[in-house]
Design a protein around this ligand. Structure first.
Ligand code: ATP
Ligand code: MG
Ligand code: MG
Length: 333
């Protein structure tokens, strides 16, 4: 028999007990922000720097999480609901700016590891300073700021839901499902879209149209959103965790439906033309696009955030979802 919700909740709560003694305030990453601002200004003083990713989504900074930055021009910000260019030309210009930025970072911080990654969908500079925080820097792309602000707006509707998200993310990394670990296929961002979609289907959150999110209204450094310990020793959290697993194991119709925040209600694969036929033809940077586990990006046109989930990885996901009940998201020891 699977463990009771209270047991699951207590176990997940216990796995995060180290956070109660940690400083989760976003000011911990403001130093990194200042360093990057100075380097960006040396390349182009008119550019503005935005922080996004988990720090923005949760309004707290967890030790060990990387920090995502994007340098935006004044026009990018003012046209804060505009679409990001996806052309090769745009990509080339971004890579050129990032090349200059990487040079400045190397000059000023010669002990840091600075890597320019060009083969990805979005050019990025990856910086590891060896001690405190690692960060990724991109340029002229609003979508990361927008999708993080959208996820945050959802979590602000019910701040304790961040525990479900953090529990799922921790589990996904430990289970080897998260794209940040070898063999993983869904990013933390993808898992967050899954969490919010589940909460929307349950009526626990109100739908927010993605078009409502405007970069011009988003603060460059995300404000701190205090994280209270789970209520009742995690009793509600435990129920939510079990219900989340139940939803993706037995209710969500992965063969026909898409996890989507783009519109209220159900989105089908048919509707997006994410069919077997399209799967056979679609390629991105030479790699196959899968439509086995579909997660629609709320801002990128025709982008499946779950594109790396092959049939094998989908079975792997299902097996881990099944096991997660017994192990309370791999927190039971
Ligand atoms: P972590 O704490 O693990 O770093 P995170 O909340 O910062 O988690 P990431 O997965 O690092 O989440 O995502 C950061 C940003 O990268 C997202 O806001 C999104 O813009 C982009 N991103 C991540 N994964 C994808 C994907 N599969 N497709 C498109 N964009 C993605
Ligand atoms: Mg991140
Ligand atoms: Mg990152």
């Amino acid at each position: 028999m699977p463990p009771a919700a209270a047991v699951v909740g207590r176990s997940v709560t216990r796995a995060f007990r180290h956070l109660s003694t940690q400083d989760l305030h976003t000011r911990r990453v403001e130093e990194a922000y200042r360093v990057v601002v100075e380097c960006v200004a040396a390349v182009d003083p008119a550019m503005r720097l935005y922080m996004f990713g988990s720090t923005a989504v949760y309004g707290v900074h967890e030790k060990g999480s990387d920090v995502d930055f994007v340098a935006l021009s004044k026009t990018d910000v003012e046209d804060g609901k505009g679409e990001d260019a996806a052309t090769q030309v745009a990509k080339g210009l971004q890579a050129e700016f990032l090349g200059k930025l990487a040079r400045v970072v190397r000059q000023r911080h010669f002990s840091w590891n600075v890597e320019e990654v060009r083969r990805t969908r979005v050019p990025v500079v990856r910086v590891k300073d060896g001690s405190s925080v690692d960060f990724d820097i991109t340029v002229n792309r609003r979508n990361g700021v927008r999708n993080s602000a959208l996820l945050r707006a959802y979590f602000e509707q019910d701040p304790p839901c961040r525990w479900l998200s953090m529990g799922v993310k921790r589990w996904s990394k430990r289970a080897g499902l998260n794209a940040s670990v070898v063999g993983g296929s869904i990013t933390s961002y993808g898992f967050n879209l899954m969490v919010v979609y589940y909460l929307l289907r349950r009526g626990a959150l109100r739908f927010i149209p993605p078009a409502a999110i405007d970069v011009a209204q988003v603060p460059p450094v995300p404000p701190y959103l205090p994280l209270e310990p789970p209520r009742n020793d995690g009793a509600e959290l435990g129920e939510q965790v079990l219900d989340f697993l139940q939803f993706y194991l037995h209710e969500f119709d992965a063969a026909h439906h898409v996890i989507s925040l783009s519109r209220p209600g159900i989105t089908t694969k048919e509707q997006l033309n994410w069919t077997k036929n399209a799967e056979d033809r679609a390629r991105m940077n030479g790699e196959k696009i899968n439509y086995q586990w579909c997660i629609e990006d709320p801002y990128e046109l025709n982008l499946n955030v779950g594109r790396n989930v092959t049939p094998l990885k989908r079975d792997f996901l299902r097996r881990h979802l099944e096991k997660a009940r017994e192990t309370a998201l791999l927190t039971a020891t």
